[in-house]
Design a binder for this molecule. Structure first.
Ligand code: NDP
Length: 498
């Protein structure tokens, strides 16, 4: 059997994982069993860590930071560890993708593609470790020279969500490591396996003990305690706006730790009549259905020029009906299972609200019964008005709302009519419109005639209530540093006391 196919059925029993502190695997008294959302059968078992376990992890990360076993290395030495990580991930790609698909419900082919992106994150992180530098001021006069040093911020807490457990992890870990920081990671309890597998990979690559620690458990207990911890210097949180807000309170009430927040989105996709409508329809279908719409950057508000709206919606319905929804372990599947029962119920509730509010259901709008697991058909509503809940709230599911416009100004105004500002796209062959809309729509990531494209060289993050700070690329690595101004007197001091 070739390596690609050896993992393509669900395991017969749950695989047990410990948690990882100071380079060692540990077990605990209480455990959590995760069932695959695509199959309904148990697949993994992780430890419900205690606050004492968390404190031990933070203490290990603190020791590893203070004794400079990692921060004291050259950027080249840190970079070579990150390059070895990339090599090991390449070797273990299919295995890691398998556990990701099982716990999250995403299609196996998509999970493999995500691991490829993660490999690139480590390669870019390796370059960033070598290129990170400060600044100098040669403009302070002959008597004074100024240097700006970039120093790692210290111990980072990293809380990651369940929608892209490994990808979101790998858009942060290489850059945290590149900066010289140490960390304690708390993955979502329902999708912790691949974060734990990364501990094995990092250790094999030569990362010193104590630099990467993972504690498992629920957000309400361990996540909250990590966000409140007085010995954590920075917290990077990705998840809901509500928990993001609680992290801000926790930081204020503890030690004013720095925060990086990547929160919700209600992202517009603006389609002009002069675009390639086939391309745009394909982009719109992908933008809302990829990862079952459980993406912070899902394009969930279609803003289409009225003169082509009916034709465009017809093209889009045709495409959405062809999407292959199915078993995450089937190589042909394009859209897998909804990750949690709670999220499944939330999405179905929003669909019911859309119908009740009078929006016109053009396709989907229901659960798909595959005999096991939880699946929802890609859904398109037309006739949506901007005050409806389906147009305003982040649904985090495969539900697209179509609204129509007549002028460029109206399109920009509709796009900006949200508390969020994570991502947006515009589809047009007119360069003036493309540039005007890109510059006026308030979003951290913008795509022109494409969607969800890019690499870890480019920064990601949000405007408005979509968050604070940027991850990935040089912008991302700089977030995990702080700057220190060093002033150097040259020659004899001119005395204050004569
Ligand atoms: P959460 O914000 O609750 O979960 C995200 C992460 O935060 C998980 O690791 C979770 O742990 C942890 N967490 C939960 N509560 C706390 C807390 N009090 N303090 C610190 N960490 C905590 O998202 P939900 O799972 O509740 O999803 C709800 C909605 O959030 C979705 O419908 C979607 O709109 C949005 N969301 C956005 C994401 C994004 O990428 N921007 C990702 C996920 C959700 P655990 O899961 O173990 O409880």
């Amino acid at each position: 059997m070739d390596q690609k196919n050896q993992f393509l059925s669900a395991p017969t029993a749950a695989r047990a994982f410990g948690f990882f502190v100071d380079g060692e695997w540990k077990d605990g008294a209480e455990h959590f069993e995760r069932a695959s959302p695509g199959h309904g059968t148990p697949v993994t078992r992780t430890v419900r860590c205690t606050v004492d376990d968390l404190n031990a992890a933070v203490a290990a990360a603190r020791r590893a930071f203070e004794d400079r076993r990692w921060a004291g290395l050259s950027g080249a030495a840190r970079g070579s560890v990150l390059l070895r990580v990339a090599e090991i991930l390449r070797r273990r790609r299919d295995e890691i993708a398998y556990w990701e698909a099982l716990e999250n419900g995403k299609p196996i082919s998509q999970a493999r593609g995500e691991i490829d992106h993660c490999i690139a994150c480590f390669e870019v992180g390796a370059g960033a470790a070598r290129m990170l530098h400060g600044d100098s001021f040669n403009s302070l006069g002959d008597d004074l020279f100024g240097m700006v040093l970039r120093e790692p911020i210290g111990v980072v807490g990293l809380i990651t969500p369940w929608n892209f457990p490994f990808l979101i992890l790998c858009e942060r870990v290489p850059f945290i490591l590149a900066s010289g920081c140490t960390m304690v990671v708390k993955p979502s309890e329902v999708t912790a396996a691949t974060t734990l597998l990364l501990a094995e990979v990092l250790a094999e690559a030569g990362l010193p003990a104590g630099v990467y620690n993972v504690i498992t458990g629920s957000g309400r207990t361990i996540g909250q305690a990590l966000s409140e911890h007085p010995d954590v210097d920075m917290l990077s949180f990705t998840g809901s706006t509500a928990v993001g807000r609680s992290c801000v309170h926790a930081a204020a009430d503890s030690n004013f730790k720095k925060l990086g927040l990547e929160l919700g989105g209600k992202n517009p996709i603006i389609v002009f009549a002069d675009s390639d409508l086939e391309d745009a329809a394909d982009g719109a279908a992908f933008g809302i259905s990829f990862n079952t719409g459980q993406c912070c950057v899902s394009s969930s508000r279609l803003i289409v020029e009225r003169s082509v709206a009916a034709e465009f919606e017809r093209l889009l319905v045709e495409k959405m009906k062809k999407i292959r929804v199915g078993d995450p372990l089937d190589e042909r599947t394009q859209v897998g299972a909804i990750t949690t029962e709670a999220q499944n119920a939330t999405i179905l509730d929003y669909i019911a609200q859309g119908k009740a509010a009078g929006a016109t259901l053009l396709t989907g709008g229901e659960a798909i019964d595959l005999g096991r697991g939880q699946y929802i058909a890609p859904t398109l509503f037309s006739g949506v008005s901007r005050d409806m809940a389906i147009a305003r709230d982040e649904i985090f599911g495969p539900v697209l709302c179509s609204m129509h416009f007549d002028t460029v100004e109206e399109a920009i105004q509709l796009a900006n009519d949200t508390v969020y500002g994570l991502a947006a796209s515009v589809w047009t062959k007119n360069i003036d419109k493309a540039l005007t809309v890109s510059r006026r729509v308030r979003a951290g990531r913008f795509w022109v005639n494409t969607i969800m494209a890019g690499g870890p060289e480019m920064p990601l993050g949000g405007f408005k209530q979509s968050g604070w700070g940027r991850e990935a690329g040089m912008y991302g690595v700089e977030e995990y540093t702080q700057v220190k101004s060093v002033h150097v007197e040259i020659g004899k001091r001119s005395h204050w006391i004569a």
